[in-house]
Design a protein around this ligand. Structure first.
Ligand code: SF4
Length: 640
């Protein structure tokens, strides 16, 4: 009898973990499922859709938590370091996911699994140990209350293995902070959507993995030649040198130049003191050395050192999002406090974007006299008060005093306090907008409004209108759109740009590779994916099939959210961004023309313009017929 050939690129099995019963069970990965949903984001999206219905409370045992890698994770593709964590989000109440790099994802594959699917809730805290295909839950009561670095250290010491890879939560996840993160390899964060709180709700402190299993490739004779070409392309790109020099920290200077650096809770897109918090300032005074994740040629990570003073530390450096969130957004020009605040957020396991944005919301409300010392327990929330920012990070993680309100995220905090503070919440679908002032780049505004996990800068990261129009890349979006697609202030053609970019990001995050060098900017693009997938997995898919897979995943995320009641009205931005002209800087006078861009976006997607519902035709085209039937069971009839 002919043996079934194993797919290349995959470890070949899921790990099911039932926290309630304390059981771990390997389940084979089905070939059809792997090819249709690719891996990473695609796997997490489909499993979530099937297992988490609209009645599920995100912090109840009925929610599930999925760690998912892709077929390129742990291979030799440049930057093949990524994994995805998916769950229904306690911050937004809809589809939630976060991505991270480092070495943990590849190690999971070396340990014998593509995904981990966690259900239920343990009676007592536990951590999961995966050791070369075997898995068990271990008591974690001595780890509960520890920060992420301590947790990782103790687990390594306990098992006498410094090479164990650990993905874990800190105190923020334990205390169900709604924007808690999961941290791996000490300072790599799967930050958004509050997935750390879902781990906390299940009393799952950490997942430690080690393995020495090979990841098979289908055509080893051709594989190395293909990979060699990819590496050369990546090394030849001018972006590679710049990223190794600054990481993303020099975006502060670049964003200031175009008015996209959010400051004072997005009142403005420029910050007068930007040089004090810039990439150059970090490089000159605090940089120890760059660091690379698994198989990375770009090396955007770095270590920094603050030698003395209240903010002394040595560890992972902030990237642009933390610089802007804890810096300009809060009117904070004290760089050492930003570096330290970032480090502290990683130790507690919190998303720095939501942390900084929530604090900046409170600072604006304070500035307007709507929040007073009576609310804050005497803390002074004046713009730029870095001592308060750092103090609030501690208080949020432990849910102490005013920190307990902020731990709910800015949307719920404003609902609780009221008094008109609601209008200062810079969010979409209850998640705080990242460090991209959209009045200075319209595509970013649209991308924040349509992102399935709530406001986000990585569900799509359209760059053509930021880095300038490039003919070679631009043609890939359709020659007829030249050259308007390159104008960041023109709302025209942003619908197609964001749609294409969301699809591509879904493919990239499903394959398990970093967006740097693929999406930002697309040094490696669809044709490289097609070639590499064939020699890795052993199946030949065309560019059109990959594009369709990206669309399928985005439509699946939309269907999850539609089932939760999300419609066009929720694809929104704060009124400040759509109605109040940018007050200063290079984008002075601009607003986000969201309605116009949404119309185009829905048309491009094949969704109805009135409600933002995918049409029957679209869902059938992307081969999600069963989802149409499921939605009908929930009383949702899609338009034709
Ligand atoms: S570019 Fe940065 S995030 Fe991407 S793999 Fe390299 S170090 Fe990690």
């Amino acid at each position: 009898m002919a043996r079934k050939r194993k797919l290349g690129g995959y470890a070949g099995q899921h790990l099911h973990v039932d926290m309630t019963k304390g059981l771990c069970k390997p389940v084979p990965l089905e070939k059809e499922f792997a090819v249709k949903y690719i891996g990473g984001q695609g796997f997490a999206s489909r499993i979530l859709y099937d297992q988490v219905g609209p009645q599920t409370n995100p912090l109840s045992p009925d929610n599930i938590l999925i760690w998912a890698t892709g077929p390129f994770t742990g291979t030799l593709w440049p930057q093949a370091s990524r994994y995805v964590v998916g769950a229904k989000s306690p911050l937004t109440g809809i589809f939630g996911e976060a991505h991270s790099a480092g070495h943990w994802g590849p190690e999971l594959k070396f340990g014998g699994f593509d995904t981990i699917i966690v259900t239920g809730r343990a009676k007592n805290p536990a951590y999961l140990l995966i050791d070369n295909g075997k898995a068990k839950l271990i008591d974690a009561k001595d780890l509960w209350g520890r920060n992420t670095n301590e947790t990782e250290e103790i687990i390594k010491e306990t098992h006498r293995d410094p090479n164990l890879r650990v993905s874990c939560i800190g105190q923020a996840g334990e205390n169900l902070v709604r924007f808690a993160a999961i941290i791996n390899d000490y300072d790599r964060a799967a930050a958004r959507s509050g997935i750390g709180a879902v781990a906390g709700s299940k009393r799952l402190k950490a997942v430690a993995v080690r393995g020495s299993q090979d990841i098979p490739v289908a055509k080893p004779d051709k594989y190395l030649k293909v990979i060699e070409k990819l590496h050369q392309k990546m090394l030849d790109s001018p972006f590679t040198a710049s990223r190794a020099k600054y990481g993303t920290t020099n975006l502060v200077e670049l964003m200031q130049e175009i008015g996209r650096l959010p400051s004072y809770n997005m009142r403005s897109g420029v910050f007068a003191e930007y040089q004090k918090i810039s990439g150059e300032a970090i490089r000159e005074h605090y940089l120890v050395k760059p660091r690379a994740d698994y198989a990375c040629l770009q090396r955007c990570g770095r270590y920094t050192l603050v030698k003395a003073g209240p903010y002394a530390y040595c560890g992972g450096s902030p990237e642009y999002e933390s610089q802007s969130a804890l810096g300009s957004r809060c009117g904070n020009e004290n760089l050492e406090s930003i570096l330290y605040g970032h480090h502290l957020s990683n130790l507690y396991g919190m998303d720095t974007i939501s942390t900084g944005a929530t604090i900046s919301w409170a600072m604006e409300a304070w500035d307007e006299g709507l929040i007073t010392a009576e609310d804050t327990g005497g803390l002074d929330l004046s713009w730029g008060n870095h001592e308060t920012i750092v103090k609030l990070i501690h208080m949020i993680a432990h849910r102490e005093g005013f920190g307990d309100i902020l731990a709910e995220g800015s949307f719920r905090a404003a609902q609780k306090i009221g008094r008109g503070t609601e209008k200062f919440v810079m969010h979409s679908k209850k998640q705080e907008i990242a460090g991209q002032e959209p009045r200075a780049q319209k595509s970013m505004g649209l991308a924040s409004a349509t992102a399935a996990r709530g406001a986000d800068h990585l569900y799509a990261f359209p760059v053509l209108d930021e880095i300038g129009f490039d003919e070679e890349i631009g043609i890939r979006y359709g020659e007829k759109y030249l050259p308007e697609i390159g104008d960041r202030l023109d709302p025209k053609y942003k619908g197609i740009m964001v749609k294409e970019n969301e699809d591509f990001c879904a493919v990239v995050e499903s394959l398990g590779v970093c967006k740097y060098g693929t999406v930002i900017p697309p040094v490696l693009f669809y044709e490289d994916i097609v070639t590499t997938y064939e020699v890795t997995v052993g199946i030949s898919l065309t560019e059109a099939e990959f594009r369709l897979a990206g669309e399928r995943i985005v439509n699946l995320n939309r269907a999850f959210n539609i089932r939760e009641g999300i419609r066009r009205k929720d694809d929104s931005l704060p009124r400040r961004l759509t109605h109040t002209p940018a007050p200063e800087g290079p984008s002075k006078g601009q607003v986000v023309e969201l309605d116009q861009m949404l119309d185009e976006y829905y048309e491009q997607r094949g969704w109805n313009v009135k409600d933002g519902l995918p049409t029957n035709h679209t869902m059938r085209r992307v081969k999600l017929e069963d989802v149409v039937e499921d939605l009908a069971k929930h009383g949702i009839v899609l338009p034709n």
